[in-house]
Each structure stands twice: as structure tokens, then as C-alpha cells.
Design a protein around this ligand. Sequence first.
Ligand SMILES: C[S@@+](CC[C@H](N)C(=O)[O-])C[C@H]1O[C@@H](n2cnc3c(N)ncnc32)[C@H](O)[C@@H]1O
Length: 287
Amino acid sequence: MDGPKRHEMRGGKFPNKRSGKAGSSFPGGGKPPGKQERGWDGVAGWYDKLVGADGSDYHQHVILPAVMELLDVQKGHEVIDICCGQGVLIRHLVAAGVERVLGVDASGKLIGAARQRYSGEREATFLKADACAEGNWADGTYDSAACVMAVHDVPDIEGLMRNMAASLKPGGRAVIVMMHPCFRIPKESHWGWDKDQKIQYRRLDKYGKPLEIVLQTRPGLGTDESTTFYHRPLAEVIGSMGNAGLGITDCKELFSHRRSQVGPFSKAEHRAAEEFPLFIGLVAQKL
Ligand SMILES: C[S@@+](CC[C@H](N)C(=O)[O-])C[C@H]1O[C@@H](n2cnc3c(N)ncnc32)[C@H](O)[C@@H]1O
């Protein structure tokens, strides 16, 4: 009998179908977008619909609760959401009593969707900007900075972290939540079934070098809509934070809330869901 069939982000709300050539290495410091990189404007309608006002299933049950816990927002705080997309985090920040939140994203269309969604919230403003390039918006006035599910979507992690640090007041808090680079690498990580031990295991075909992986968002439609996923080993993520003057103070590994239906593989799937984290959250303080 075949083992259980679980795939990367199946049924999830992030790009899960991939196409294009196998990921190629890119310089550790990141590189400017290549020719195939069209940014997120090309997939903005799809992403906005997928995430909606409340967030994907993973946003709702795993990611956003963790982000809010790690941010530990206090009433009156000023917060910046870097790579905010269509603004899925904003509602939670406003509900927590922030005085001001700025959402920054490179996609004009996603920023437009966020502006429309939050037009009634006086605390929320949005800016179209490249999170990796120097900008006046990273002005040292924020109590905390979040980057949710986007560290792997930018080509220049050093630039991103520099801006996270630059946006914060001294002692301010930076929080990132991202796909766990040790367990989830599109195209290169898979579930496997060990029929002798009856366990589901995690298989990684690559990890140790940066990868640039093209993800086709809706291959069924025959369009070439795609985004690029930048895999980096964990040391590179942590190192880029340190280089930017962000000292890590906490780390949380986040596991799936999903549990399979009762069946021949459910025990093994349950165990695997508790053993292998999907996402990682890092908290850092501006030094
Ligand atoms: C997977 S989405 C996550 C969006 C949002 N934080 C969420 O959780 O729904 C990745 C986001 O990163 C943004 N992004 C990618 N590269 C960027 C860059 N260089 N500067 C600013 N935003 C960027 C995209 O436009 C997209 O909105």
C-alpha cells in the first residue's frame, strides 16, 4: 500500500505548485531580481483572494497568533509591517491598540488592496516601497517591526534586515515568521513513508546552499504567473539579522494545527505533524 500523500503546503494558501527549472544557487548576499522576476503585482489578485480579510488557514491558526504573541504589542505602540502584502496582519495590530501602523510592500496592487480594506482605520497607512532598498520610511520611529511569510520572497535579505533595524527605535523589537528553512524548501523537501517502521519521515534533497526557486501560482490556467522563493540556510538568516544589528532574543518553531482523518496513516501523520515544524519565528532586539 502506498504511504500517505502529503505535499508541501497542500491546501495551504501560499504558492504550492511549482514549475520552471530547478533552483539555481545565487550569491549569499542576494541579487537583484532576474528576468523572470515580475514581482507580486502579477499574482496580486490571486493572492488577495486566497488570503482574504482573515488570512489563510495557516495564517489564522498558526502564523498570526504566533506573530502577535512574539510582537507583544502594547497599547499606543507604533508598528511597521514590512512586506505587508494585502494587510492580513493589520487588523490584529489595530485590535491590539496600536497608535500607528505602516504597511510597506513592493506590490502596488497589494498595497492598493490593503488601502481599500483599511480605509476606515485611522491608525493604518500603507506605502509601496522596496523593503530591501534604502528609504525614508525606515526612520527609527517604530517600537516593533514585523515581516510575515516574506523573508524568503525578497532577493536581498541583508537589505531587508538593515531596513528592519533602521525602522526601529533603539531597543525596538523585530519579529519574523517564515517557512522553516530546515524543513520546508519548495521542490526540495518532501514527505516519505517508511513502510517497515510505519513512520512518515521528512526528506530534504538540498539545504546547505541558497536556492532561487520559481513557483508557478496557477499552472492549471496556463499562465506564466510566478513568484520566486529564495531559500537560505538558517545560518544565513540569523547572520543577516546579526549583521544588521538585530540581536536574537527568542525563537519559536511552529507546527501544523491540521490533523488527518482517522485512517491507516493517521497515527503516523499525527506524529509527523508534531515532529516537523512548518514555520519558524525569530524575535530580535535592535542593539
Ligand atoms: C507571501 S507574501 C506575504 C504577505 C503578507 N505578509 C502575508 O503574510 O500575507 C510576500 C510579500 O512580500 C512582498 N515582497 C517581495 N519582495 C519585496 C520587496 N523587495 N520589497 C517589499 N515587499 C516585497 C510581496 O509583494 C508579497 O506581498
